[in-house]
Design a binder for this molecule. Structure first.
Ligand SMILES: [Fe+2]
Ligand SMILES: [Fe+2]
Length: 384
């Protein structure tokens, strides 16, 4: 990311996200993932590890309180979930197609004369199964991103209360990678590599040298979206193991998002308009990448249908967009609470309006999430 001198300097969408029209499908799908030949993906994290000699516990009381809650909120992915539950992927596809939500996403869309016209039951079933594999794979990769980012925060954040809390989040994220990976291996039928857009976003977050950008990218943007996505899947899936797994993960994620807001709130009040503008741009880029990542790009490729053509068909139905927009319901209120919506002449407010997500600005923010401040692990609390 380049540095700007004046908050009023206009950087175009092309400068920020590589295209002027946010909805330009051609450009979105021209970004494809590249796997390293040796299977190892390395990113320079450009950070200085910072020691603090001020060990005063509770100097930041809200972070201290969150740390104490986090210690009591731990659970064991190996023993607290009913892994013996059998999972029938085909039955889940059928159940999803019968749910009104799923019907709405496809129901009003005519497939005549489109690339999907010839698809019969077999293809739709395969597509449903691939979607499950893809979705859980992306959750798993995102969780690994969170694991690495949070380990970085332990190193870079200047305050002891935040280092303590971040250390509990490292354990949380390790557990999340573990349970999604186990679910994929034992219950589903295939893996997907990290989505190209998600991969670029995780790389950007890790590579940024400023400690607060890790929080903004991960705790506010990626985890905010994850919390909403997990919430939808938790509400929609009839599969009891996944339901419980997601509910447990969500209890942790609510804390993580609250950690981001509590840590950045005061710090952002000290920043200049130019510095805030950089944060706004970073938030906008992240939002666009996350929206791009939801297009099932790799699933269409595996099904042998050009992603651009398939998405054009789906976009004819307004419900699909509505679903994607709802994924931002946990992000916008937190960005507002941090003062980023209206700083620098309301630049981000304009951008979020363009993205169609500004309507969520007055929804509950992370510091109002009951789960974030709840005592006891989900297992102890009997969370279903
Ligand atoms: Fe997580
Ligand atoms: Fe998290």
């Amino acid at each position: 990311m380049t540095t700007i001198d004046e908050p009023t300097e206009m950087r175009s969408n092309t400068d920020l996200i590589g295209r002027e029209d946010i909805n330009d499908l051609e450009t979105i799908f021209s970004v494809v993932g590249a796997q390293e030949a040796d299977g190892r993906h390395r990113v320079k994290d450009n950070c200085e590890a910072e020691f603090t000699w001020d060990y005063t516990k509770g100097a930041r009381p809200k972070l201290d309180k969150l740390y104490e809650k986090a210690k009591r909120g731990q659970w064991n992915g190996q023993t607290d979930l009913p892994w013996e539950t059998p999972v029938d992927q085909e039955a889940l596809v059928i159940a999803a197609a019968e749910s009104p939500q799923e019907q709405n996403r496809w129901g009003n869309t005519s497939l005549e004369g489109t690339v999907l016209e010839k698809w019969g039951d077999k293809e739709w079933m395969q597509f449903g199964i691939e979607q499950q594999n893809w979705m859980l794979s992306q959750f798993m990769h995102g969780e690994q991103g969170a694991l690495l980012c949070t380990a970085k925060i332990v190193e870079t954040v200047p305050w002891i209360d935040a280092k303590y809390y971040a250390a509990t989040q490292v354990v949380d994220e390790a557990r999340h990678v573990e349970v999604f990976s186990k679910y994929l291996d034992e219950k589903l039928s295939g893996h997907y590599p990290v989505n190209a857009h998600l991969g670029l976003l995780l790389d950007d977050i890790i590579a940024d040298s400023r400690w607060d950008m890790t929080y903004l990218g991960m705790q506010i943007m990626v985890e905010g979206l994850a919390l909403a996505a997990f919430g939808f899947m938790h509400a929609l899936t009839p599969e009891p193991l996944l339901k419980k797994l997601l509910r447990y993960v969500m209890a942790d994620e609510a804390r993580h998002v609250a950690f981001g807001v509590l840590s950045l709130q005061d710090y952002y009040q000290e920043l200049s308009a130019a510095e805030l503008r950089e944060r706004q741009e970073f938030a906008f880029e992240a939002a666009v990448r996350m929206r791009d990542r939801m297009q099932l790009q790799e699933v269409w490729e595996r099904m042998g249908v050009p992603a651009k053509d398939a998405i054009s068909v789906i976009r004819q139905g307004p419900e699909r967009d509505e679903f994607q927009i709802l994924l931002f319901s946990k992000i916008v209120p937190n960005v507002k609470k941090l003062g980023l919506l209206d700083a620098a002449d309301g630049w981000l407010r304009k951008k979020f309006t363009e993205l169609g997500v500004i309507e969520f600005e007055d929804w509950a923010d992370a510091t109002e999430e009951a789960d974030a401040f709840a005592d006891g692990s989900p297992a102890e609390r009997g969370v279903a």
